[in-house]
Ligand binder design. Structure first.
Ligand code: ASP
Ligand code: MG
Length: 414
């Protein structure tokens, strides 16, 4: 029997009616001969509400209790989904993470999956169960306490189950009909991709495309799990959505396949830093300990033993970064003349596996930005991505002009 994982996001299970609609899709896959593992999110808005309550009661909360509270949203939808399937006369049962069990480490609120033993559910399927409904986002720590996998973690639950149970595919039902070349809210020319490579999806997800949790894409790539992203509202057919898969399963690919952005960035610069061995470690070590997610880093050429160091980080981490750097200066670990923060920047990136074998992408990107008079503040590149930091007020314009410059509106154009 082939196994299929179907994951339903918050909007797809927002009301009893929508749960019924989702259950109909499950029923169709059961009729197609699959044994199905359904992973559910909390109803739309529920997790935010639960997080809000935690913060209201205890701003510096105990993460174990945070997990106890926020995991409850998924517990509700899992039971409701199982009941709905039973009403449709489909043999279904629900499980919470700890019951399966989905074993994680002890990093509460951002736990990592360590193992999903399959014997128990395998046996239930062998006894005639057709659908196992599992609460997404949650697992159990070595101490036996409930953990959660970080916001958006149900995607990761779904991919992990697909890998553990050797599923033919992991279908992620959401409120968009697939992965787009860029955010359709920024340009109506954005085009849905039929397929996208794991590596590209990983870049897009980590650059802020919210359709899949980044960790779920990492897992899918590591275990070769085919992931299909599709809408639970549109008409269904076998080719619906976007398939996230290995590069060699994509026949024709563009050099650039996506333009991503991240709006809430900040650029911090340390002026007059000593140029000596160990200075980067002395700056970035404490930043990482303070939980600052440093992204781009640029160090200038030194002059008379002094240099400037610039880095970017999420705008809401500027306060923490400043505190960490001032702390390092006060304790004499680093010296600098001035600390500048520009909190009005955004990051725009072009992504494509074709860049590995094609030159000239950077030049084309910079040309397009020049034509719009957009000034570039910082540049970084990887094998399949080029990112620039620009003034936030030009972000939409930059995304639109790059989408045009690389002809992303039509397939096979660059
Ligand atoms: N309900 C959780 C969240 O909103 C997990 C998920 O839906 O993926 O983050
Ligand atoms: Mg999500």
């Amino acid at each position: 029997m082939s196994r299929l994982v179907m994951k339903f996001g918050g909007t797809s299970v927002a009301t009893p009616d929508r749960i019924r609609r989702a259950a109909k899709r499950v029923a169709r896959e059961v009729a197609n001969g699959h044994e199905v593992i359904v992973i559910v999110s909390a109803m739309a808005g529920k997790t935010n509400e639960l997080v809000g309550w935690v913060n209201e009661i205890s701003p510096f909360y105990d993460a174990r209790e945070y997990d106890a509270v926020v995991s409850s949203g998924e517990a509700v939808t899992a039971g409701l989904m199982a009941l709905t399937l039973q009403e449709m006369e489909i043999p279904a049962r629900s499980w919470q993470g700890w019951q399966v069990p989905l074993l994680t480490n002890g990093a509460h609120s951002a736990a990592r999956i360590e193992e999903i033993p399959t014997a128990y559910l395998d046996e239930r399927f062998a006894q005639g169960m057709k659908v196992a409904v599992v609460a997404g986002f949650q697992g159990v720590s070595p101490e036996g306490r409930i953990t959660t996998l970080g916001r958006g973690g149900s995607d990761t639950t779904a991919v992990a189950f697909a890998a553990a149970f050797d599923a033919v595919r992991c279908d992620i039902y959401t409120d968009v009909d697939g992965v787009y070349t860029t955010d359709p809210r920024i340009t109506s020319k954005a085009r849905k991709l039929d397929r996208i490579a794991f590596e590209e999806m990983l870049e897009l997800a980590s650059l802020g495309a919210k359709v899949l949790q980044t960790r779920s894409v990492e897992l899918a790539m590591r275990f070769g799990v085919k992931v299909r992203v599709l809408s639970s509202f549109g008409d269904y057919d076998e080719t619906a959505g976007t398939l996230v898969c290995a590069e060699d399963e994509i026949v024709e690919s563009n050099v650039v396949n996506g333009v991503a952005y991240s709006r809430e960035e900040a650029k911090m610069t340390l002026l007059g830093v000593e140029d000596r061995p160990g200075i980067a470690a002395a700056i970035f070590g404490p930043l990482s300990e303070a939980g600052v997610n440093v992204d781009m880093i640029v160090q200038n050429i030194a002059e008379r033993g002094k240099t400037d160091m610039t880095f970017s980080c999420p705008v809401d981490e500027v306060g923490r970064a400043r505190k960490a750097l001032e702390g390092s200066r006060d304790s004499g670990d680093i010296g600098y003349a001035e600390l500048l923060a520009d909190t009005e920047v955004a990051k725009v990136s072009v992504v494509g596996i074709g860049m590995r074998s094609h030159a000239g992408v950077a030049a084309r990107m910079f040309e397009a930005l020049k034509d719009e008079n957009v000034n570039i503040k910082v540049i970084t590149t990887s094998e399949i991505k080029i990112s620039v930091l620009i003034d936030r007020k030009y972000m939409e314009l930059a995304v639109q002009s790059l989408h045009d410059a690389f002809g992303l509106e039509t397939a096979g154009s660059n």
